[in-house]
Design a protein around this ligand. Structure first.
Ligand SMILES: Nc1ncnc2c1ncn2[C@@H]1O[C@H](COP(=O)(O)OP(=O)(O)OP(=O)(O)O)[C@@H](O)[C@H]1O
Ligand SMILES: CCCC(=O)O
Length: 356
């Protein structure tokens, strides 16, 4: 069985074709900023990204008729349980309007659906563990203001994938493990996995949690209110200060953690302070997750691209060793594999396929 997996990101679209669980083709299509900024919203980028995917397939001699199943990363749709979902009209509607916000992942399911339809009318496409996975316990939902519930969008797909990998490697069922997963990428999400369910996690888009290379994380709200009403900034400008040009970028003018690491190695004290502060905030969030798990933590997993930085993971590890001696590094992300394995599991009946 050939499966096409589509994972749209802020500046790129990852596309892969798997034969069963083995990738036979994989490419990250980078989209130049000037091409993306021509579109006023994510939904408008659909045809542009579709064309890029079709060109990438064509260059490999692949056609839609060679593909049996289609899966796309799930976006900011409604809050839902983790799992494998059929893309239906309700999903397409919520992803197109960005029910819970604008994010490139909103296009994943939509593109998978459209390409499935183009291959064969009525063909169903799938999504797996969208960014709005919600397995919170009720106690975690209160924000402290009755009008506002804690919302989260996070790297649910990779969280679930690395937790599953750890369980397999240990030969234990996930339902018997308490894990803390910290995904360290452009955005950062740290989640408490209680016996297979992500019962609390910070939003990778901010509001709470650590700063990231380009996002502010939790910022003092009173100062933020003053900024919003100062008349100096538009809504979009404040948004960009929080997401896109917040975090490390706001202090150092770069989002590239490899460059930051080089600066640290060169003795740059400001870069050292900022990078170490990011590590400190991640460690603090891991500490919060340990409390959520009542201190009963089997392992802490550090994943995402920045988990490749020994400097950063070293700083984090120093602070969290008392929580668990088992600190596991799974650098990078396993999102494409996770999409495909989800479809294979669903179609073979190993896991249920859910209705959105
Ligand atoms: N070997 C490395 N060491 C340190 N940092 C790295 C390394 N490789 C990549 N990074 C950094 O990881 C950050 C995120 O890059 P990546 O390409 O994973 O973004 P992304 O996929 O948009 O993030 P996300 O995981 O939030 O979706 C960048 O700051 C990049 O410089
Ligand atoms: C919203 C989750 C993924 C990201 O941080 O971009």
């Amino acid at each position: 069985m050939n499966i096409l997996a589509i994972n749209p990101g802020g500046m790129s679209t990852k596309v892969a074709v798997f034969h069963n669980d083995k990738a036979i083709f994989s490419q990250t299509i980078n989209h130049p900023t000037q091409e993306l900024t021509a579109y006023s919203c994510i939904a408008e980028q659909k045809e542009y990204r579709k064309k890029a995917i079709m060109n990438a397939l064509k260059a490999q001699g692949l056609q839609l008729s060679n593909i049996d199943e289609f899966v796309g990363r799930g976006g900011m749709v409604r809050n839902l349980e983790g799992g494998i979902y059929r893309i239906n009209e309700a999903y397409l509607h919520d992803a197109a309007i960005g029910l819970n916000g604008q994010h490139a992942s909103n296009l994943g399911g939509i593109l998978a659906h459209e390409l499935a339809q183009e291959s064969q009318a009525g063909k169903i496409a799938y999504t797996v563990d969208p960014v709005m996975v919600d397995e919170y316990e009720d106690i975690a939902r209160l924000s402290g203001m009755a009008d506002i519930s804690r919302v989260r969008s996070f790297h649910a797909l990779n969280h679930k994938a690395v937790a599953g990998r750890y369980a397999r490697e240990k030969g234990k069922p996930l339902s018997e493990l308490n894990l803390i997963v910290a995904h360290l990428g452009s955005g950062i999400s740290v989640g408490a996995h209680k016996m297979g369910r992500i019962v609390d996690v910070n939003s990778a888009l901010g509001g709470d949690g650590p700063m990231s290379p380009e996002r502010a994380g939790g910022v003092p709200p009173l100062a933020l209110i003053d900024m919003c009403f100062s008349g100096q900034y538009s809504r979009q400008e404040v948004y960009t200060k929080l997401i896109g040009e917040g975090g490390v970028y706001s202090y150092l003018g770069t989002k590239d953690m490899l460059e930051v690491e080089h600066r640290v190695e060169g003795g740059d004290t400001k870069a050292t302070l900022v990078m170490e502060s990011m590590a400190y905030q991640v460690a603090k969030e891991i500490g919060a997750c340990a409390v959520v798990l009542n201190g009963d933590v089997d392992a802490v997993i550090l994943t995402g691209s920045i988990a490749r930085s020994h400097l950063l993971t070293g700083w984090i590890s120093q602070r969290i060793r008392f929580i668990s001696s088992e600190i596991v590094l799974y650098p990078g992300e396993e999102e494409m594999d996770a999409l495909v394995v989800g479809v294979l599991d669903g179609l073979s009946g190993r896991r249920p396929i859910l209705n959105y």
